[in-house]
Design a protein around this ligand. Structure first.
Ligand code: PAF
Length: 282
């Protein structure tokens, strides 16, 4: 695996690869890698000649400074894992490399309704920060294919919208399934921050999703959402939201016709740690 720390070197190298006809699959990450990330590398390897991954803990997407300070950093292990997974290139930029002095942070992305719901509502500014960094990374890497994890369901829709906004529709977005621990907990870098006690409680999020999957019937959704929230309360979570939405566009639903493809989305805190998860039901 080749490691690049500067934009200039990476852009030059990738240009030469493109001229040779090599296609590029891109897996952007914030590090603290787990098998979920590695499954994205694996998917990218299947349909691209070259796989580029980036590790950059993007300060502009953290609405909570404490969350940023405590974000897990495991660079050496990450490099080992990427190498084992057969990643070809790792881009490991500094903050100045991504946001140089002449970079304007004033641009805003019109994400419309997507930014007013769920994490858009509970984490103000978060998706603008995601768009800022992903836009910059796409400009640098210029991939043919982009690989994202379904665990960040709303982020996947936001990034698709970003690609439309910046007119880069030739980049194909691939959304890969959430990987779970044996007890159902969705794999996430933030799981590393859970204490033993919190880790034991954490699968309650998955159980709440399964509860909705197994019990949802057409009609009003208020009661099932309330019951799932109570399950999380009992397990010691403080819930930001449990919502049921149209799986294609995230319109929040109060009623279900029994046919529409839907997604159940949860965000909840276990003490300081905020976990998110979702499940698509068809
Ligand atoms: O999902 C993530 O890890 C981040 O939000 C991303 C897409 C790498 C942007 O910083």
């Amino acid at each position: 695996m080749i490691l690049f720390k500067t934009t200039t070197d990476l852009v030059k190298w990738l240009d030469a690869q493109r001229q040779k006809g090599n296609t590029i699959g891109f897996v952007p990450t914030m590090g603290a890698l787990h098998p979920g990330h590695l499954s994205l590398i694996e998917a990218a390897k299947k349909s691209n000649q070259l796989v580029v991954s980036s590790i950059f803990v993007n300060p502009t997407q953290f609405n909570n400074p404490k969350d940023f300070e405590k974000y897990p950093i495991t660079i050496e292990k990450d490099i080992e894992l990427l190498e084992q997974a057969g990643c070809d290139v790792l881009f490991l930029p500094s903050v100045d490399e991504i946001y140089p002095g002449n970079f304007s942070k004033n641009r805003t992305y019109d994400l419309g309704f997507l930014e007013t719901i769920l994490d858009g509502k509970f984490r103000p500014g978060h998706f603008q920060g995601v768009c800022m960094v992903v836009h910059r990374l796409l400009d640098i890497v210029n991939p043919d294919n982009l690989y994202l994890g379904q665990k960040d369901y709303q982020q996947c829709l936001v990034i698709k919208k970003l690609i439309e906004i910046i007119g880069r529709q030739t980049i194909k977005v691939h959304i890969c399934p959430t990987l779970r621990e044996a007890d159902g907990l969705a794999m996430s870098s933030r799981n590393m921050r859970l204490t033993e006690k919190e880790r034991a409680k954490a699968p309650a999020i998955y159980h709440a999703l399964l509860f909705i999957k197994d019990n949802i019937v057409k009609g009003n959704l208020a009661i099932i959402r309330k019951e799932a929230t109570e399950m999380l309360d009992k397990a010691g979570f403080k819930t930001d939201y449990i919502e049921i939405a149209d799986a294609n566009n995230l319109t929040l639903l109060n009623e279900w016709d029994g046919h529409q493809k839907i997604v159940v989305l949860v965000a909840a805190f276990l003490n300081e740690i905020r976990l998110i998860d979702n499940m698509v039901l068809s």
